[in-house]
Design a protein around this ligand. Sequence first.
Ligand SMILES: CC(C)(COP(=O)(O)OP(=O)(O)OC[C@H]1O[C@@H](n2cnc3c(N)ncnc32)[C@H](O)[C@@H]1OP(=O)(O)O)[C@@H](O)C(=O)NCCC(=O)NCCS
Length: 171
Amino acid sequence: MTGAISTLIPYAELDPALAEQLLDRAFGPNRHGRTAYLIRGDAEYLPALSFAVLDAEDYLVGTIQAFPVALADPEGRAHPMIMVGPVAVLPERQDQGYGRALMAAQASALDPQAPLPQVLIGDAPYYGRFGFTEAPRGWHCPGPWDPARLLIRGANPAVLPREGMLGPWRG
Ligand SMILES: CC(C)(COP(=O)(O)OP(=O)(O)OC[C@H]1O[C@@H](n2cnc3c(N)ncnc32)[C@H](O)[C@@H]1OP(=O)(O)O)[C@@H](O)C(=O)NCCC(=O)NCCS
């Protein structure tokens, strides 16, 4: 992060209004209609996997969250997964390593004993560096999506269903 001191804190410690403003800046005000929002539905975010990064002046620069989701396979079985994101860094503070720091914080908070597969919608050239690869082409979303941007990460992606519909985890 260009040598400056920054601080990672739990997302839950943020003022929710400030966090919402940051997401509006990073994604634009119409973000609530995005397919990622449809996948996670009204689920609460996972606090143990959600973080914020503050700069040396304690100014909020970026956030990462995670949500419980599931892939429903053609036989009706639900495969629980973690949806990574939104990941957001203020436009004027991008390309300074904050996104990488947020991704690393979340990855190290994942349970190494029983990690669930992770899914996200994002740019493969960016998320590929964190181990994400394209999801099987038989995976569907409840809204429009670009298959090249539907990405997964997991210990053994080969064991995941080849077909299914993503949606909230109704466990
Ligand atoms: C995507 C995002 C979170 C990255 O955070 P960041 O702090 O800017 O990224 P970092 O500083 O960690 O990494 C910068 C590197 O990633 C690259 N990069 C950044 N965004 C990229 C993208 N969309 N596609 C490909 N590469 C990208 C930069 O070119 C830079 O490369 P380098 O290390 O080779 O110089 C941030 O740009 C952002 O908030 N974008 C708007 C919201 C968004 O699209 N979020 C992702 C979907 S959930």
